[in-house]
Write a protein that binds this ligand. Structure first.
Ligand code: F6R
Length: 349
């Protein structure tokens, strides 16, 4: 089988994406060690805005979702130009752009500067790095050389550190320890060397096969579902949809009947911490979808803390998208359309 033939796999994975993914736990440890140095004692913000796009917004999503149950300050993820009107001088903006050259994030920082909102920049350089230097902004300097979506560990931990430095503790240190232990433990069962008889990521990629994946999560795991979708799209170049329980019960559920449902594969992201009413919805959804769907798979988060559970699902999703790419004979690393779009955007009037 192709996925167990490591040499054949290496021929498709010409940029050695497997090495970057296999080092995810180490990358997370490296990210955790990157703290923010603040010029003066920071005031606790009344609102946090996490500005970022694409892969650089994925860490922000994890932070905001974890924060929902633990902090009394609203945390908004802002994907776009400018900033929401609610962000004033008592807010904090954390601007993440791995490359530093994402125009939406630059625009968010310029708006923050105009409104005199404190900013923490997280970047490997680019225009954001230059802007941060010029204005003396707090900045976490990331090592370069990765694809932004494959730098999640370097983006999410500094964002958590930046919030903690401002008195907004989204996750306890013990939760971060646990998350690192969970992803380290997962790694050996997800890499190409782990055969498809015991490798959950390979099994899922094979189960999805040529069908369109629809990834559904609950109130916590819906964030991981969205990340699965974007990883499948960028790595495997495979259109995917993501939805959340209970909202999908009110609309998307209608799609899962008739012959068209055979072309879809549902992946349910489950979590042992989910509320009984959510568990009941998952059980019903599974029952309703199974007769008509091309397939239905169920995946369980690992770990105890919210952060560990989320990170474990995201980690698994990275590998599923990787193997989905290999099955489609697609190098998971490059994103030529995205790059050429950005290039054209920067040159056209
Ligand atoms: C590419 C990727 C993209 C980028 C996005 C924003 O690997 O993941 O989704 O993250 O285009 O670019 P950055 O992250 O450099 O701000």
């Amino acid at each position: 089988m192709m996925l167990d033939d490591v040499q054949a796999l290496a021929r498709v994975d010409a940029h050695d994406t497997r090495r970057v993914l296999a080092e995810f736990a180490a990358q997370c440890r490296q990210g955790r060690a990157l703290s923010v140095t603040l010029a003066k004692r920071a005031a606790r913000p009344r609102l946090v805005v996490l500005a970022g796009m694409g892969g650089s917004a994925a860490g922000a999503d994890l932070v905001a979702t974890c924060g929902l149950s633990s902090v009394d300050v609203p945390i908004l993820v802002h994907r776009g130009y400018g900033l929401p009107a609610a962000a004033g001088r008592d807010a904090l903006v954390v601007a993440s752009s791995y490359s530093g050259d994402t125009v939406e994030v630059i625009s968010a920082v310029e708006t923050a500067l105009a409104r005199r909102i404190p900013v923490v920049a997280i970047t490997s350089g680019g225009a954001l790095g230059t802007l941060a230097k010029r204005h003396g902004l707090a900045c976490v300097a990331l090592p370069s050389g990765l694809m932004p979506r494959m730098a999640l560990g370097l983006l999410v931990f500094p964002a958590l550190n930046a919030l903690a430095a401002h008195g907004v503790a989204v996750a306890a240190e013990a939760d971060l320890d646990e998350a690192l232990a969970v992803v380290s433990a997962q790694a050996a069962d997800l890499t190409p060397e782990a055969g498809s008889d015991r490798n959950e990521a390979k099994q899922l990629a094979l189960a999805i096969g040529p069908r369109l994946p629809a990834v559904y999560g609950g109130p916590l795991t819906g964030t991981a579902a969205y990340r699965w979708k974007t990883d499948l799209e960028e790595n495997a170049k495979l259109l995917a949809v993501a939805g959340t329980m209970p909202e999908m019960n009110h609309n998307e559920i209608e799609v899962w009947q008739g012959p068209a449902a055979r072309t879809l594969h549902a992946v349910l992201l489950r979590d042992r911490g989910e509320e009984p009413e959510i568990a009941r919805r998952f059980a019903l959804v599974r029952e309703l979808l199974t007769p008509a769907a091309g397939g239905v798979s169920e995946v369980w988060a690992h770990g105890t803390s919210r952060f560990a559970r989320l990170l474990s699902l995201v980690h698994l999703g990275q590998w599923v998208s990787y193997y989905a790419a290999i099955l489609r004979d697609t190098d998971p690393w490059p994103v030529p359309v995205l790059m050429s779009f950005k290039q054209r955007l920067s040159t056209s009037p």
